[in-house]
Every structure is written in C-alpha cells, then in structure tokens.
Design a protein around this ligand. Structure first.
Ligand code: SF4
Ligand code: SF4
Length: 132
C-alpha cells in the first residue's frame, strides 16, 4: 500500500452525484466557507450555483502538472482541508480500491487483501475511522 499519488480517478468517478457531505460539513461551509456552500442543494453536492443542475465534475478538482510524470494526469483539491466526509474517508475498502483501480494499491496488496486493509486503515487513521 502506498500513499495516494493524486491520479484523480476517485474524484472523477464519484463527483457527479455519488458523493455526500455530512451535516457537519454543510453547517461548517455555511458558516465559514460560503464559496463551498454555494455548490450544495438540499443537502447534496455538487450543484451549479447558476443553473441549479448537478455538475458532472467536482468544481474544486484541479488538473496540475507533475514534472516527474509529464505524460500523466495529476490532480489537486482546492478545498483539501475542507473537503466533504466522503472524500476524507476514501478509500474505505480494498475491494473498492480494486474496483476503482486506485493507484495506492500495490501488487502485494492483491496477494494479501486482509493485511492491505489494515495498512489502508493505518494510512488513513487521521482522516477516518477504521472499517475492519
Ligand atoms: S472535494 Fe476535493 S477530494 Fe472531493 S471530489 Fe472534489 S477535488 Fe476530489
Ligand atoms: S484513485 Fe487512489 S491514488 Fe488515485 S487519487 Fe484516488 S485515492 Fe489517490
């Protein structure tokens, strides 16, 4: 299991209606981050403040250049420290990572998924509870 390499696959895959924010996230945005709250509609994310329609991509996802891998897409999150709960919790399981082709996975993780889940929970212990 390696650190996230910012390949962006998870943001691209889930941000068109498959992400949720907690009530606490939304309360915090409404109080302190109105620029983020503007993209919430009836407790759901991410909606255009202008048209009110569901966006096909998270408005806070930015493509960036990685000088070490100029041919590969690399993404950053404009609201990393204020991102919604689903984003803080991802990835939850090794099975999900396999389905999503998450690039944190390494060959050894596929051979021993139980250990890989433990390693994942340890890596993410500062951003979410353990799910094992
Ligand atoms: S809020 Fe950040 S982590 Fe979540 S989908 Fe958008 S860019 Fe990705
Ligand atoms: S798919 Fe995995 S490696 Fe890629 S950005 Fe998401 S968490 Fe990071």
């Amino acid at each position: 299991m390696q650190d996230c390499n910012s390949c962006g696959k998870c943001c691209v895959k889930y941000s068109n209606g498959d992400l949720s924010a907690s009530d606490q996230d939304i309360d915090m945005w409404e109080l302190f981050k109105p620029d983020i709250a503007a993209y919430v509609k009836k407790g759901m994310i991410w909606f255009s403040p202008q048209s009110g329609k569901q966006l096909s991509l998270c408005p806070f996802l930015r493509e960036a250049k990685n000088p070490e891998q100029p041919d590969k897409s690399h993404y950053t999150c404009d609201i990393y420290y204020d991102r919604p709960e689903d984003c803080r919790f991802y990835p939850v399981t090794v099975k999900q990572m396999i389905n999503d082709e998450c690039e944190m996975l390494q060959q050894g993780d596929l051979l021993n998924p139980q250990q890989a889940q433990k390693d994942l929970d340890k890596l993410l212990e500062d951003s979410r509870p353990s799910f094992d």
